[in-house]
Design a protein around this ligand. Structure first.
Ligand SMILES: NC(=O)C1=CN([C@@H]2O[C@H](COP(=O)(O)OP(=O)(O)OC[C@H]3O[C@@H](n4cnc5c(N)ncnc54)[C@H](O)[C@@H]3O)[C@@H](O)[C@H]2O)C=CC1
Ligand SMILES: O=C([O-])CC(=O)C(=O)O
Length: 326
């Protein structure tokens, strides 16, 4: 049984603060969304001096036009992040065309370790959302570094991957994305597990609305969703939809919404998996992960989830060894 909402959100209801660590493409877009949706004051922190301060001033100058009163502070000093209700880690390098998310492992492992240490020292009660890739591995590492209870830390990927699947279904059927619910489980990599059986258009499974070949094509495009954008942009990776997805998770926490969202959560026997962070549907509220929902899976869906988890585990082992020797 989880404790009731902590005062970190309740006591500061007039000035809820979210810290975004990493003022790059994802971080700055997220700061914009959080402020303009009137969700929280935002502290934007980066290792590069000047960038977060400049971005914060730019966002502040839009306040009168966007009509909100949220404070946005840019800083390089973790002390400014103190007493955040939510901390989102977006610090780290993005991938380039031709490389996989797992290739970012060593560089980003050190960055995630350092940024989590910096942030947790000032906001030990915050819910942490990890965005940096490779996502599931970095979330595990952040958890190990932080010593946080497992409900207080999660990774953002499933919301994004499901939003992509939803988009591709909408484009294929020429039906509003608002009427489509798509489900993607598993790690945020090539082995992610889109579930057509649990993906519906106003309640109708997509398997009744398209043939197998079409469905397979959309699944493949979803798996390749991040890489498709990396190839198109040539420098950097997606950030608008990732920022929207992280913002949705922040909103679910701050407003204690009990949303059922796919997030990378620590499994302790659920789905037959242990000691791994991987994308599964979770009830998200002011405590972070309030419960994990175990969906009924077919043997092949379950096997696909286990394959994905195995790949995450292998990369966690690699990351731990690399960090020991770094
Ligand atoms: N989980 C997901 O679904 C997604 C994950 N990502 C990942 O998010 C990360 C960020 O992506 P972008 O914002 O596009 O990259 P970016 O390069 O635009 O921004 C990264 C920022 O992190 C900062 N940074 C680096 N080391 C730092 C440190 N020690 N302390 C504080 N700040 C530090 C950099 O100065 C830079 O401003 C990447 O690893 C990317 O792969 C991106 C999109 C979706
Ligand atoms: O593809 C990448 O490297 C960034 C990311 O995780 C995504 O857009 O899904």
């Amino acid at each position: 049984m989880l404790p009731l909402c902590t005062l970190n959100i309740m006591a500061s209801c007039t000035q809820v603060r979210v810290s975004v660590i990493g003022a790059g493409n994802v971080g700055s877009s997220l700061a914009q969304r959080l402020a303009e949706k009137d969700l929280a004051d935002v502290v934007l922190l980066d290792v590069l001096s000047g960038r977060p301060q400049g971005l914060a001033l730019d966002l502040m100058e839009a306040r009168g036009v966007e009509r909100h009163n949220r404070e946005i502070i840019g800083t390089t000093d973790y002390a400014d992040t103190a007493n955040s209700s939510v901390v989102v880690i977006t610090a780290g390098v993005p991938r380039k065309p031709g490389i996989s998310r797992d290739d970012l492992l060593l560089t980003n492992a050190k960055i995630v370790r350092d940024t989590v240490k910096g942030a947790i020292a000032h906001s030990p009660n915050a819910v942490f959302i990890i965005v940096t890739n490779p996502l599931d591995v970095m979330t595990y590492l952040a958890w190990k570094t932080s010593g946080l209870p497992t409900h207080q830390i999660m990774g953002m990927a499933g919301v994004l991957d499901s939003a992509r699947f939803q988009t591709f279904i909408a484009m294929e059927l020429n039906i509003s994305a608002s009427d489509i619910h798509a489900t993607v489980l598993g790690g945020h990599g090539d082995l992610m597990v889109p579930l057509p059986r649990y993906s519906t258009v106003s309640g109708i499974p997509i398997t009744e609305l398209m043939d197998q070949a079409t469905c397979d094509r959309l699944i493949q495009r979803t798996r390749n969703g991040g890489a498709e954008i990396v190839e198109l942009m040539q420098t950097g990776s997606a950030f608008f939809a990732p920022a929207s997805s992280a913002s949705l998770m922040v909103e679910a926490i701050l407003h204690n919404q009990s949303r059922l969202l796919p997030v990378a959560a620590y499994l302790q026997g659920e789905y037959g998996l242990e000691d791994v962070f991987i994308g599964v549907p979770c009830r998200i509220g002011c405590q972070g992960i309030e419960s994990i929902l175990e969906m009924k899976l077919t043997d092949s869906e379950r096997a696909a989830l286990h394959r994905s988890a195995q790949s995450v585990r292998e990369n966690v082992d690699r990351a731990m060894k690399l960090l020991e020797n770094a």
